[in-house]
Design a protein around this ligand. Structure first.
Ligand code: NAD
Length: 273
């Protein structure tokens, strides 16, 4: 099919976090691209999906039964579910949804993926400190399964801190590390770094970090992005056009990361007053 340049037509895809925000926008766009879309969330989705299963990423049994309920090979996974942390949710709940449960979901799905499949997770600039503590994150990565990772985190609560930053660092480190392994089976894994985006989660960011700090991270674009703009980055990464893009961390931010690297962002505005 010549007009299916992204290659989603007839493909079986799973979207976590499809109730609202970026996940909802991803699922909606994939329906429009002709994919067979299966949604997971702990809140009921209103979209006309091929299937939807109430799934709590804080619970490994819930994750496993959700994956078991979907038949056949799985061509793409979109890890869009997340919690804001920062005191809005407990550190362990935040880490479980954003990393431990997300990794468990992914590892349950990888054996069902044929060569040519792809995985994308939504990370965050909140995880930019990852390079400062790779050895610590490698310890977490060496745990196998949900329970072992949870036990490791409970023994490292000081490092987990408020939960969000640590969880997003873990997603970035895991993505870059795991890509070198999955590509041997022809499976790609990448993640995105969104700039501030107008979704239901934004209220929690304003409350925890403060609106002025969030606004500073919206430069140089000068506005928050839309869930649809973020969905575009995820859909591009998991598409056949990105066939050798793997283990990468893609900013979807109107130029924030480039401007940060070039010293064009006022760092003092990024610090909570
Ligand atoms: N909005 C932003 O500015 C921003 C910036 C950077 C990164 N992110 C990340 O983008 C991703 C999507 O967030 P969003 O902004 O669309 O917010 P959102 O709150 O609209 O979406 C999060 C989704 O995750 C689901 N979810 C939460 N806990 C769950 C659980 N226990 N089990 C299953 N599903 C659960 C929610 O129901 C919701 O559908 C998150 O990982 C978030 O950290 C957001």
């Amino acid at each position: 099919m010549t007009d299916d340049v992204l290659g989603y037509h007839g493909k079986r895809v799973i979207v976590s976090g499809c109730f609202s925000g970026m996940g909802e926008a991803v699922a909606r766009a994939l329906l429009g691209l002709g994919a067979e879309v299966h949604g997971l969330d702990y809140k009921q989705s209103a979209l006309p999906l091929s299937s939807f299963k109430l799934t709590d990423l804080r619970d490994p049994t819930s994750i496993e039964s959700a994956v078991a309920a979907i038949d056949g090979p799985i061509d793409a996974l979109f890890n869009c579910a997340g919690l804001a942390g920062g005191g809005a949710f407990s550190p362990m709940d935040t880490l479980k949804v954003n990393f431990i449960g997300t990794r468990h979901l992914t590892e349950c799905i990888i054996p069902r993926m044929p060569a040519g499949s792809a995985i994308v997770s939504i990370a965050s600039t909140g995880g930019l400190g990852w390079s400062q503590r790779v050895p610590l994150h490698m310890e977490l990565l060496q745990t196998t399964g949900f329970q072992e990772a949870t036990a490791w985190a409970e023994a490292h609560l000081t490092d987990v801190a408020e939960g969000y930053g640590f969880s997003k660092e873990a997603v970035i480190v895991w993505t870059q590390y795991r890509g070198a392994q999955t590509i041997k089976r022809g499976i790609r894994i990448n993640c995105t770094l969104p700039s501030p985006t107008q979704t239901p989660m934004m209220a929690a960011f304003h409350q925890t970090a403060g609106k002025a700090v969030v606004d500073a991270a919206a430069e140089p674009l000068g506005r928050y992005t839309t869930p649809e703009e973020q969905a575009g980055g995820c859909i591009l990464l998991n598409s056949k056009l990105a066939s050798v893009v793997n283990g990468s961390v893609l900013p979807v931010d109107g130029g924030f990361m480039g401007a940060l690297a070039m010293g064009q962002i006022d760092l003092s505005r990024l610090m909570p007053q």
